[in-house]
Design a binder for this molecule. Structure first.
Ligand code: 16G
Ligand code: ZN
Length: 556
């Protein structure tokens, strides 16, 4: 039974922000932290209702604004299986927040009753179960109070507060809560599972240290929560002194994402601040990576001949695809049995798509920007669905068919006579496939898990960062943004690759694009900022810059 009579005093005390418009966007609600009290209050209610809709299964709620500046914050809801909130519920979350901020208390209660009725939620059945967590921002504890204020008093919900952790850790733990006894699930579950699988994987190949693939691994933690969480992993590699942290100052949240982190490195194509000089000497063979503020994104880079080289999401996807494809070949599992494919967005460099199609002979899909779109395609189209946005957000999904096929391959190998070298290699490949699938966080893109996956791949295949990079060369490209009076006028089709509005603009762009070698460009309205983004690529950077300017001139 819901205690609605107790809601009014909570609403009066928690919802200070009035006459404000909120939107549950690509990555949940995100805004300046000062205006988020009301939306946190209503998001708690939505999460409880979502859990009741799932007959009391655990739903997660994460307070974070990812790579946004320190003064921002945000919140997103996680489904019981660890995936992102079902899209049908995004407008519900938006509407409830806007009613709380702009309408009367009675309207708020009426809309909650409407949701219960329309969604056929049984409020007399199971209790709601919620797992909550937050990143390291200064505003997070205050917003956590707003979020939790209704859960126990109104919904009588069981709440597990995981405190400060990364977004993908909470996604993972939410799914674990629905599989195991809740007393057994904590951050240690995450650490134990990923660490032990990673160790077992490297043990198959007797790998110690970095196997001469690189000297040091330098991890830029964006001064966020990824720092203390990944520190627990650094002793994994027996010579852990080779792992160095920079920007690990998470106890100073005012430095979060400040001139560092995945977004900074990817957009500026340069080193983050704070990399110690000793690692920048010429001749050093170091691998660098940057997490974003909540450690669900990662990009890699290295320095060669004093030049910065970026290994972004496209490079991570192709590294994984090549490795997994070779394992399938060694295991003698044909494509018909396990379909491996890569999911990208329009931002993927044309060279990467070309490499996947022509060199790796793997199918590719293109979806709209936003993880939920890529995730869905990877899940439905492939048995090994590798998805990455160029910005470093991605993971790999392994289907039930994948596990059945690998297991039946192992069973088949066991029937062969002992002492057969080919048999050993096939068995090793199958074991590697199974363990690798568990080093990856299949609920969502995860900087820590992706880092373990990349290290394992490089060490097992004995590849240096340079060799990884040299599989294909990115086409020169440029991403820029411009502010227009109304970005909603910019409507797209074909997975955001073509504009349908404003009328005539795409045709004019096509004329410009066709003039340059390997030209490709698209324009789309940002889902997170009040701006329009222009992406251009082509064979020469000067032509790309000119194309980008010419398109901007068409728009302005
Ligand atoms: C959000 C998305 C990210 C996407 C970005 C695009 C999630 C969890 N995050 O941050 O995947 O790349 O938006 O931003 O889906 P834009 O629409 O402003 O270009
Ligand atoms: Zn993030």
């Amino acid at each position: 039974m819901l205690e609605f009579h107790a809601l009014k005093p909570l609403y009066d005390s928690q919802c200070q922000t009035r006459n404000y418009t909120y939107t549950y966007g690509t990555a949940g609600f995100r805004d300046h932290a000062d205006v988020l009290d009301t939306v946190m209050f209503t998001t708690g209610i939505v999460a409880a209702l979502r859990s009741l809709k799932h007959n009391g299964k655990f739903v997660g709620v994460m307070i974070t604004a990812s790579h946004n500046p320190p003064q921002d914050n945000g919140v997103k809801i996680i489904e019981p299986d660890g995936s992102m909130l079902l899209q049908d519920w995004e407008p519900i979350a938006t509407k409830l927040a806007n009613i709380a901020s702009n309408e009367s208390f009675d309207n708020l209660v009426n809309y909650i009753r409407d949701i219960i009725q329309e969604q056929k939620i049984d409020i007399h059945g199971s209790m709601a179960h919620i797992a909550v967590g937050m990143d390291s921002r200064e505003s997070s504890p205050r917003l956590m109070n707003c979020l939790m204020s209704t859960l126990e008093p109104i919904f009588n919900a069981i709440v597990i507060n995981h405190g400060m952790l990364t977004t993908p850790q909470l996604h993972y733990l939410t799914s674990c809560h629905n599989e195991e006894d809740i007393r057994n699930v904590s951050i240690e579950t995450y650490n134990r599972n990923f660490q032990s699988t990673f160790k077992k994987l490297l043990n198959i190949y007797n790998i110690q240290g970095f196997n001469n693939c690189f000297d040091n691994l330098i991890v830029d933690c964006a001064n966020g929560i990824g720092a203390p969480q990944f520190e627990r992993f650094s002793s994994l590699l027996s010579q852990s002194s080779m792992i160095k942290f920079t920007n690990d100052n998470y106890l100073h949240p005012e430095t979060l994402n400040e001139s560092c982190g995945a977004d900074f490195v990817k957009t500026r194509q340069t080193l983050p601040k704070g990399v110690p000089q000793e690692f920048l000497q010429d001749g050093n063979n170091n691998l660098y990576c940057s997490f974003d503020g909540d450690a669900d994104r990662i990009v890699f880079y290295y320095i060669k001949d004093s030049k910065f080289h970026l290994l972004d999401g496209d490079k991570i996807a192709t590294l994984f695809a090549k490795f997994l494809k070779e394992l399938l070949t060694t295991a003698q599992i044909p494509h018909e049995k396990i379909k491996l494919g890569i999911v990208q967005t329009a931002y993927a460099n044309g060279s990467s798509t070309n490499y996947v199609k022509t060199k790796l002979n793997c199918p590719t899909s293109c979806t709209k920007t936003g993880v939920k779109h890529l995730h869905h395609e990877a899940q439905t189209a492939y048995d090994i669905g590798i998805y990455f946005e160029a910005n470093g957000h991605g993971t790999i999904l392994f289907s039930n068919k994948f596990y059945q096929q690998v297991q039946s391959c192992i069973d088949n190998i066991m029937e062969q006579p002992n002492g057969d070298l080919e048999k050993d290699e096939r068995w090793k490949a199958c074991e590697t496939l199974l363990l690798f699938s568990r080093v990856i966080n299949q609920t969502v893109g995860d900087a820590i898990a992706d880092l373990l996956g990349v290290i394992a791949t490089l060490l097992i295949t004995k590849s240096t960062p340079d060799q990884w990079d040299n599989e294909y060369t990115d086409l020169p490209n440029l991403l820029s943004k411009i502010v227009v009076p109304d970005r909603n006028l910019f409507k797209t089709t074909d997975q955001e690759r073509k504009l349908t509005s404003p009328p005539g603009l795409q045709a004019k762009m096509d004329t410009l694009i066709n003039k340059i070698e390997n030209g490709r460009a698209f324009v789309r309205a940002s889902g997170t900022e009040d701006a329009v983004r222009i992406y251009c690529e082509g064979s020469s950077i000067n032509e790309v810059k000119k194309l980008s300017q010419d398109i901007a001139d068409l728009i302005l």
